[in-house]
Design a protein around this ligand. Structure first.
Ligand SMILES: Cc1ncc(C[n+]2csc(CCOP(=O)(O)OP(=O)(O)O)c2C)c(N)n1
Length: 422
């Protein structure tokens, strides 16, 4: 009998249908009505809250649930309800209102030509505000361009942020960064990187360093759902899970990565939180427009990190209510008014309704707080504009471009500086 390979009696499969790729598509495009019929949020309070030390295996179902605390009538319900006194809730509301007021005003000044670029976090204000309040002030944050609320909540001066948006003489980064890519070591706010996904690998590295040195500070990082398709997400998950790095890793699923809908990053068959399961990392999927749920989930994950139990992946399900940036026009790729149809509502309105339901707040107090936030932004803006805006006023000196990289300026930079005459 012959043993030649071409003599093997293989079946002929030629009549199968041609192979094709699956390209996920959003349910609705511009000109069509919004449609969130495939997203039915579960009842608030329906998801169990395991002990932080429970094995990752037991926590798997949480990656497919949605942790919610605030119900439709503004009550806080269920095992994830954090025990926050009314003044802390008002502080959270204030943090979100200040962030929204800052964004509104800075977007407008960009449109007036006073800055080259701006990015808002409208509809996602709870993400940073709740995390800043749940983390320790000393914990190290690795944010994206949509967590400006961390700086505002941690008490970083608003006027300094504006000076950076204007790249004027008081810009702490001396005009070297993108207008909204803030950075403050003192505020525990790592330099924002435009390279998507790097926040996760940097935070895991920092957290490993903190543990290696026997320190007591944990790290927290945020990326968008689109950025989970970057290699950095996976490198970070591998190192975090192997070494049980003390880090809280948050994926902000705001449904859109510029014009690309979230299904392009995950295929639509699993949640973003579920990606943690393969790494043996506990994951929480959370209502990202529910201040209390984000606060509780972040505090839970931070406690795990502080207890040497390792990393947690949190998916915050939210919606980017406005454009990706001042350079984007969302009406070109998604239905108009999709934000209004978003089933999880608005984070500010929901916390406000909760405070009113508690009897700790009313419409007049809310209007007064809104006015106070607008006033604060107005005062800071006046001061920042007086220093300079794009193309007018005082700018950082050109000589600063030769500084801050080397401890001792090398001869070739000294020479270049002399040649430039600055
Ligand atoms: C490595 C890398 N790839 C692509 C880009 C261009 N880019 C900037 S923002 C963005 C979308 C990011 O979407 P997502 O991660 O979902 O965050 P979101 O902006 O929605 O908060 C893209 C593709 C980039 N900055 N870096």
């Amino acid at each position: 009998m012959s043993t030649e390979p071409n003599d093997i009696d293989a079946p002929l499969l030629r009549n199968r249908e041609p192979l094709r790729l699956h390209v996920p598509q959003p349910k609705r495009r511009p000109g069509e009505p919004p449609d969130f019929s495939d997203f039915t949020p579960p009842e608030a309070g329906s998801v169990p809250r395991p002990d932080v030390a429970a094995p990752a295996e037991e926590m798997r179902p949480l990656a497919f649930e949605l942790i919610r605390v605030l119900d439709s009538s503004g009550e806080a319900v269920g095992p994830w309800r954090p025990d926050l006194p009314a003044d802390r809730l008002v502080a959270g509301l204030r943090a979100m209102l200040r962030t929204r007021a800052y964004d509104e005003r800075m977007f407008r000044v960009q449109r007036q030509g006073k800055s080259s670029f701006y990015m808002k976090c409208t509809g996602e204000e709870a993400v940073a505000a709740a995390a800043a309040m749940a983390l320790d002030a000393e914990d190290m944050c690795f944010p994206t361009y949509r967590q400006q609320g961390l700086l505002l909540t941690r008490g970083y001066p608003m006027m300094k942020m504006m000076c950076q948006v204007f790249s004027n003489a008081e810009d702490p980064l001396k005009g070297r960064q993108m207008p909204v890519f803030y950075s403050s070591k003192a505020a525990g706010f790592f330099s924002i990187s435009g390279n998507l996904g790097t926040q996760f690998s940097q935070a895991v590295g920092w957290a490993m360093g903190s543990a290696y040195k026997g320190g007591d500070r944990i790290a927290a990082a945020w990326i968008g759902e689109g950025s989970t398709a970057e290699g950095d997400f996976h490198y970070a998950m591998t190192l975090a899970s192997v070494y049980r790095a003390p880090v809280v890793l948050t994926v902000v699923n705001n449904q859109w990565a510029i014009s690309t809908f979230q299904g392009i990053a995950n295929g639509g068959e699993a949640t973003f939180a579920a990606r943690a399961i393969g790494y043996g990392v506990p994951a929480l999927r959370v209502d990202g427009n529910d201040f209390l749920a984000i606060y509780a989930a972040t505090a839970w994950a931070a406690e795990r990190a502080r207890s040497n139990l390792g990393p947690t992946l949190i998916e915050l399900v939210t919606y980017r209510a406005e454009g990706h940036s001042s350079s984007d026009d969302p009406s070109k790729y998604r239905p108009a008014h999709e934000a209004r149809a978003w089933p999880l509502g608005d984070p500010i309105e929901r916390l406000k309704a909760h405070l009113i339901a508690l009897g700790a707040w009313d419409e007049d107090q809310h209007l007064a707080l809104q006015a106070e936030a607008a006033e604060e932004v107005g005062v800071a803006l006046k001061a920042a504009e007086a220093i300079g805006v794009l193309g007018a006023g005082r700018r950082p000196s050109s000589s600063t471009m030769f500084e801050d990289v080397y401890k001792d300026q090398p001869w070739h930079l000294r020479r270049q500086r002399q040649e430039a005459g600055v």
